[in-house]
Design a protein around this ligand. Structure first.
Ligand code: HEC
Ligand code: HEC
Ligand code: HEC
Ligand code: HEC
Ligand code: HEC
Ligand code: HEC
Ligand code: HEC
Ligand code: HEC
Ligand code: HEC
Length: 424
């Protein structure tokens, strides 16, 4: 007995000496519930996968286990006992039960504050206001629930690039249902027409998708930036069609002032589309074939007259800038200092950009002063450019003059030298 006690103390001491701080993985290994132990050993069955995926889960990292979502007795090694009637075992949640499973913690401000003080606790309440939430309440189980977008096991932090809701992954996550014509065929819009399934296709052709994926511009919108993460639209936006102004704020204030504002139900979308927002161009404005204005206005009406006037101003400024730039580059190549003129041209370019913003008020009277300011700068640059040209001509004439004098002097010297030599 004594010997055994001694041996075990030695073993313990040895173990203590050999011990290095237990890694997080090892600690989790020892804290594993019987649920995990049994489920990880279930081979290649559907019941084994959750236990494997859960090792990568943010909830496992925070010390949660299977029973936090499923209930049950985590110490029982027997399947039936682990899920006995008195263990609170809830089984596999479906439909609305998924929302309550996640909301139990995520809507509990006190609990969440202990882990992530700044995290929002409105996901479930926002979700209830979304198209998904309303349809779920109406009994449509094909809509997205928390796990359609985040997964059920192997849930990652949303900032993790491998998360299905990371900006670059959101579109394909949504499209797993929304581009699936078979899955969506029974769904209807509020107007009763079939719900379109072209959102991803259109979005992939947009300036926003290109900015996000090719330009690495994480400020460009993907699905959830316009539709909200959980609600029908981001906070503060009455209807999703008004969402554009959250990023393009100045355009929205100009649009507010336009005659269109009270008429257009779909605001910016009426002219720019929602999913397939294309790069804009000056051709969109005016009465030409590519102009957007002609889709609703007819020749001679006030709308088209305004469109032509505004386009005319923009074209004048654009050609003015192009001409002045050519002039300045020409004199620069001949060695003149033009940095001031280049700065002025950049400022004229800003006025051009501003004019393209101002057109959203659809009032030539607000565009004209901007164009005039731009043309004034261009005029100054033109004058400076012409002055530089004159200076160049003057210098060239001066150069010829001094060259002639030098030649005369050299010739005279030569003659003088010859004369002196002849005398010798
Ligand atoms: C001794 C093995 C064993 C233990 C312990 C065990 N399970 Fe299971 N569990 C299974 C098997 C096998 C299935 C597959 C379905 C079946 O055969 O009942 C399953 C199915 C499930 C399912 C799918 C839904 C259902 O009820 O069929 C869930 C959820 C689940 N287990 C969670 C848990 C949780 C939570 C615990 C711990 C409280 C746990 N399991 C403990 C073996 C076990
Ligand atoms: C964050 C909550 C959460 C935790 C933690 C969690 N589960 Fe689940 N589990 C779910 C949800 C939600 C579903 C339903 C998934 C579905 O319908 O696709 C589910 C489904 C399952 C299923 C059924 C899978 C199937 O395809 O039929 C099993 C088995 C399961 N869980 C076992 C576990 C085990 C074992 C653990 C611990 C290692 C665990 N779960 C931890 C939320 C959780
Ligand atoms: C239609 C897809 C979708 C559904 C359904 C969904 N989420 Fe989200 N969730 C997102 C997106 C997208 C983000 C934000 C990612 C980001 O910030 O880049 C997010 C963020 C989160 C976050 C991080 C904190 C925050 O609010 O930004 C939590 C927690 C979360 N969701 C939990 C839930 C819960 C709980 C449910 C169910 C009530 C749910 N989500 C339903 C897509 C969804
Ligand atoms: C037992 C409480 C609990 C339950 C149940 C629970 N969560 Fe969580 N969840 C947390 C905590 C705590 C965090 C960690 C927050 C942190 O540290 O940022 C978290 C983190 C998350 C995150 C990452 C948030 C971020 O900031 O990136 C997502 C996404 C998430 N949970 C989704 C879900 C979903 C979906 C369900 C249901 C299937 C669910 N959770 C169920 C407590 C819970
Ligand atoms: C699990 C499948 C699924 C996923 C994933 C999903 N949705 Fe849905 N969504 C649906 C279904 C089904 C409807 C149809 C509800 C209805 O009839 O209005 C819907 C409806 C919508 C609607 C309302 C359409 C309308 O006018 O009625 C919007 C907007 C929407 N989803 C956006 C998204 C976004 C954004 C994402 C990704 C962040 C997403 N969905 C992910 C299945 C899904
Ligand atoms: C730039 C903002 C923006 C982005 C990005 C965006 N949407 Fe939309 N979406 C809208 C607007 C605005 C509407 C409403 C258009 C209207 O009022 O007719 C809409 C409508 C919808 C609808 C209703 C049916 C329809 O097509 O009219 C669904 C479903 C939808 N979007 C899903 C998505 C999905 C999925 C993605 C990502 C692939 C996405 N949206 C990206 C702004 C956006
Ligand atoms: C989350 C912020 C965000 C939202 C919401 C958003 N945009 Fe954008 N938008 C951007 C960014 C970023 C760019 C890329 C700018 C660039 O070209 O570098 C862009 C580019 C554009 C362009 C092209 C500009 C050009 O130079 O030709 C147009 C047009 C546009 N957006 C219109 C819209 C419309 C219409 C909506 C609403 C349906 C919308 N945007 C919603 C951020 C946003
Ligand atoms: C009546 C049609 C119409 C409406 C409504 C409209 N736009 Fe435009 N938008 C245009 C036209 C036309 C241009 C091109 C102007 C040009 O390049 O001369 C343009 C250009 C743009 C540009 C690119 C400007 C640049 O510098 O090249 C952005 C960004 C933009 N619009 C955003 C919006 C936003 C945001 C809204 C809603 C608040 C909106 N637009 C509403 C017609 C419209
Ligand atoms: C989706 C249809 C639509 C498009 C596209 C559209 N408009 Fe309009 N616009 C209207 C309607 C409707 C009115 C109000 C009725 C009217 O006066 O013609 C209006 C009114 C106007 C007015 C005020 C006319 C007045 O009598 O005071 C101007 C100016 C105008 N639009 C300019 C434009 C310009 C510029 C474009 C192109 C960039 C454009 N609109 C594109 C539908 C449209």
């Amino acid at each position: 007995m004594k010997l055994a006690g001694f041996a075990s103390s030695v073993m313990l001491l040895l173990a203590l000496f050999a011990a290095k701080p237990a890694s997080a993985a090892e600690q989790r290994e020892t804290a594993r519930t019987q649920c995990e132990v049994c489920h990880s050993g279930l081979g290649r069955t559907a019941a084994a996968l959750p236990a494997v995926q859960f090792r990568q889960d943010v909830h496992a990292d925070r010390g949660f286990t299977c029973v936090d979502c499923h209930g049950g007795d985590p110490t029982a090694t027997d399947k039936t006992l682990a899920k006995g009637p008195k263990t609170g075992y809830r089984g596999r949640p479906t439909g609305a039960a998924i929302i309550t499973t996640c909301a139990r913690c995520h809507s509990d401000a006190e609990l969440m504050r202990r882990y992530a003080p700044k995290q929002r606790v409105d996901q479930a309440s926002e979700y209830a206001t979304s198209g998904h939430g309303k349809q779920l309440a109406a009994g449509d189980s094909r809509v997205a629930t928390c796990i359609s977008c985040h997964g059920a096991h192997g849930i990652r932090m949303v900032s993790d690039a491998r998360s299905p809701v990371y900006p670059l992954n959101v579109a394909t996550t949504c499209a797993s249902c929304h581009s699936n014509t078979e899955y969506m065929k029974a769904e209807r819009t509020e107007a009763g027409t079939p719900l379109p399934t072209n959102q991803l296709h259109d979005y992939r052709n947009s300036v926003h998708y290109r900015a996000l994926t090719k330009g690495n511009d994480l400020s460009a919108p993907t699905c959830n930036d316009c539709h909200g993460n959980h609600g029908a639209a981001p906070p503060g936006v009455g209807a999703v069609a008004n969402v554009c102004g959250t990023c393009h704020a100045v355009f929205a204030t100009r649009f507010e002032q336009s005659t269109h504002k009270p008429i257009f139900d779909r605001a910016c979308v009426e002219c720019h589309n929602n999913h397939a927002v294309e790069p804009s161009s000056d051709e969109m404005l005016g009465s030409g074939a590519k102009a957007i204005c002609v889709t609703c206005h007819s020749p001679g009406d006030n709308g088209l007259l305004a469109a032509e006037k505004m386009r005319g101003g923009i074209e004048r400024l654009k050609t003015g800038i192009a001409h002045a730039r050519e002039l300045i580059e020409g004199v620069e190549n001949q060695g003149m200092e033009v940095s001031d003129q280049k700065l002025a041209l950049a400022e004229a370019g800003n006025q051009l950009t501003l004019a393209r913003t101002e057109i959203h008020a659809t009032n030539p009277a607000t565009v004209d002063p901007v164009v005039a300011a731009g043309l004034k700068i261009v005029g100054g640059v033109e004058n400076a450019g012409q002055a530089a040209l004159r200076e160049l001509r003057f210098r060239r004439r001066g150069l010829f003059g001094s060259l002639a004098v030098i030649i005369v002097v050299v010739l005279a010297l030569g003659m003088k030298i010859r004369e002196i030599e002849r005398r010798k």
